[in-house]
Design a protein around this ligand. Sequence first.
Ligand code: G3H
Ligand code: ZN
Length: 275
Amino acid sequence: MLTPTAEIVGPAAAAGRGVGAFNVIQLEHAQAVVAGAEAAGAPVVLQLSENAVRYHGALEPLARATLAIAHASSTPVAVHLDHATDAGLVREAVALGLGSVMYDASTMSYVDNVATTAAVVEHCHAHDVWVEAELGEVGGKDGVHAPGARTDPGQARSFVAATGVDALAVAVGTSHAMLTKDAALDLDLIARLRAEVPVPLVLHGSSGVPDDDLRRAVVAGMTKINIATQLNKAFTAAVRAHLADDPLVVDTRKYLGAGRDAVAAEVTRVLGVLT
Ligand code: G3H
Ligand code: ZN
């Protein structure tokens, strides 16, 4: 069932559990993530990134399809806008009925990040929409890996107080899109952030982080665990294998279906690690 993000992430943070937040690019991703979550008996977050919106040329078609899939699910499913840098897109997501947004002004100065994020929070809270923001840039978003970026716990506490955000994405050693194989999670920093920051913490760039490290990150205080590239890797490997096995196939359902099944299995596996 379609569920407000706050009702999935809040109880998980209180209980020290992780919540899987998986990116949706195509319809098949949304179907696969929900099937995987139903098999795991776990709630899940489906997230649509600004990049995915650019790929489709609009938010509405994918958002409406994803909301319908969430609505029909037997497990709690939240629908979230991911890495929005455009406040207009945030407003559109709110109007379409998404339960939460991530507004990402992490490349701005601290002062501008606070000011623009606070304005987004004001609009979203007026519509009961939960807001995640980012402080201390997690690398890899534009093909640039910033392995040294770290979020300062004292600044994170001030940022949350000044903006009123409901969750905070922090830089603790991961990088987007599996751009580094040497991602080393700073577990000590996660614990210090947890002690300082009164809202749930979000780990971005979680693809490729070894399962044991993901477990340790949750124990240390991370709640929402964002995974995208790892699902695309599973999807594409299954499509490739199907095409190699059956080079004469023309029905797209045959190989996209294989990709969808592979993603569902990977989601079930990851949710077993997180919860
Ligand atoms: O916001 C989405 C995530 O941070 C995904 O990162 O592709 O490295 O798993 P990833
Ligand atoms: Zn991210």
